[in-house]
Design a protein around this ligand. Sequence first.
Ligand SMILES: Cc1cc2nc3c(=O)[nH]c(=O)nc-3n(C[C@H](O)[C@H](O)[C@H](O)COP(=O)(O)O)c2cc1C
Length: 211
Amino acid sequence: MNNEYIKKLEWRYAVKKFDPAKKLSEAQLSLVLEAGRLAPSSRGLQAWKILVVKNPELRAQLRNASWNQSQITDASHLLVLCAKKDIGEEFVGHYMETIAHERGVAPETLDEFRKSILHGLSAQSEEEKKEWMARQVYIMLGFILSACAENDIDACPMEGFDSKKFDEILGLSREGLESCVICPIGFRSDDDSFASLKKVRFPKEEIVKEI
Ligand SMILES: Cc1cc2nc3c(=O)[nH]c(=O)nc-3n(C[C@H](O)[C@H](O)[C@H](O)COP(=O)(O)O)c2cc1C
């Protein structure tokens, strides 16, 4: 397809070998993070956090908790996409205050919305809530991957890590967070053999059904 955006999506791939010498500029990093921040979430809750891990010692420890995958230490930056835990009155209240402030409306006008969110949350088991939160975080991952591709930045979405160990190493529980998925970002190494592999996608007829 001869479309610039589609060409960028064809250019991107899940990088296996990053060039450790190539770093994102602050502007590039800000752009990727902003794309993540602008991702939509159910009810607009944004119960998430992006941890940008730069510290090399921490990155070495995290690599041990990721089946020694080199992207963890060699990429320019490691993004750990986290979901907030224990979402309840306090967080929803904070969200309502933010809407009231941003849209210049009285907080009372949001009361029905606040109640409906809290009602929905109370109807979910802890496990359901965790899955629901993780689904939101994966939408953010999609935005980040797309923004990287669009701006010639490499990335690798990764689930191959021990999230419990990550949470321990990064002290996430103390902050009411848990890691869902990670995304090293940076620039491919010239000798990453995966760069030249043909992309494997099922044909459109297999993926799309028009009715
Ligand atoms: C949720 C998710 C988890 C993944 N986990 C890993 C991983 O731990 N390590 C890795 O090298 N690639 C990982 N990948 C990359 C996929 O293998 C890759 O995206 C897929 O084979 C399609 O290839 P492409 O992204 O190069 O087009 C993951 C991708 C996704 C979307």
